[in-house]
Design a protein around this ligand. Structure first.
Ligand code: GDP
Length: 327
């Protein structure tokens, strides 16, 4: 199958892995980037054949032009504000990009399908944050949405809108992604912050790591596995919602213990300081997903467990040249 694919957020962690997978599968890949996007150089080094288009989820006219120019069979919406912490600082912007932006893109994809008569498949990168501090664990596709962060509320709107367009006749999928990590994860996320910090301390280039809530429990998986789930979901005959998760939760503390041990530091607590200002106003105590539907219908399963994930990230940071942020 040589699909023409349009990926928003293509310069992010998931966008890069997705572009690589789609190209390896023989597809052609178009990407939406904004003017001056700092991730373009790295992306083009990895994937020189991607076709980039300038546009913005805040600007429906730009999306119309990009969708018309790319003529996609599949659209993957990975763009948006990705930080829950930042969404507390910019709740309205988060809604404009993550909620209304998804709506702007869905509408343009729908219009394109109507105009050309050629079906387009749409995949929304949704998030476990739509469940907020869920009463049930693990969460699945039938768990009630009750977000507790501006990020989660915006993602919940987009998730609902995907269902609305599915009802209208678009092959629209919402993949409810639990946290997924890799050596390409920016250090604004706790996993990479920890692995980078542990590596720097092991190398004698830093002395402490400052963290927030150590007790939060998250379901951390391997990002390329999650990207693979997006492609499987797009190409399955039925459009649906899918929880994508490992089913295993670990605390931030667990992550720090494992990462420091991997970096060869036994007394991790001596190097970690908790700063209450890094603790979020509301933070779900535990997020853990049940991906049974994806396993059954898509034949998907995670290939990297927690220990392996931590190991890969720490090892990558131990070998990263000083001054180079991501790999
Ligand atoms: P998120 O789940 O998408 O927000 O991913 P993060 O990696 O940013 O946060 C995961 C969990 O780690 C949340 O419960 C945070 O409150 C917690 N956490 C604890 N300390 C930190 C920190 O220093 N930075 C970040 N980003 N998160 C932290």
């Amino acid at each position: 199958m040589s699909a023409t694919c349009l990926v928003t957020g293509i310069t992010g962690q998931d966008g890069g892995y997705l572009a690589e997978q789609l190209l390896a599968g023989g597809g052609s890949v178009h990407g939406l980037v904004h003017e001056g996007d700092p991730g373009v150089t790295d992306l083009l080094a990895r994937c020189p054949s991607v076709v980039l288009h300038i546009g913005d989820l805040l600007d429906g006219a730009s999306l119309a032009a990009v969708v018309a120019a790319a003529g996609p069979d599949e659209v993957y919406n990975l763009a948006g504000i990705s930080s829950v912490a930042f969404s507390w600082e910019q709740p309205v912007l988060t809604a404009d990009v993550n909620a209304l932006g998804a709506g702007r893109l869905l509408e343009q994809v729908w219009q394109q399908q109507e105009r050309t008569g050629r079906p387009v498949r749409f995949v929304q990168a949704s998030s476990a944050e739509i469940f907020g501090d869920a009463e049930v664990a693990p969460q699945d596709e039938s768990t009630p949405l009750r977000p507790t962060s501006p990020y989660g509320a915006a993602k919940a709107y987009a998730h609902h809108l995907v269902g609305v367009y599915r009802g209208r006749g678009l092959h629209a999928v919402s993949a409810i992604l639990y946290n997924h990590e890799s050596p390409r994860r920016p250090a604004t996320f706790v996993t990479r912050k920890i692995t980078q910090g542990a590596a720097l301390i092991a190398q004698g280039r830093a002395s402490e790591l400052v963290l927030g809530n150590l007790d939060a429990r998250r379901d951390w998986g391997w990002a390329p596995d999650y990207v693979d789930a997006l492609v499987r979901a797009a190409r399955h005959q039925d459009a649906s919602d899918y929880v994508i998760a490992t089913g295993q939760a670990h605390s931030v503390r667990d992550f720090a213990v494992a990462a420091f041990a991997r970096a060869g530091i036994a007394d991790w607590e001596r190097h970690v300081r908790v700063d209450p200002t890094l603790v979020r106003p509301v933070d779900a105590a535990v997020q853990v997903g049940d991906a049974s539907r994806a396993r059954t219908r898509l034949g998907w399963e995670p290939t990297v467990d927690f220990a392996e994930l931590v190991g890969r990230m720490v090892d990558a940071d131990l070998t990263t040249e000083p001054g180079r942020a991501t790999r």
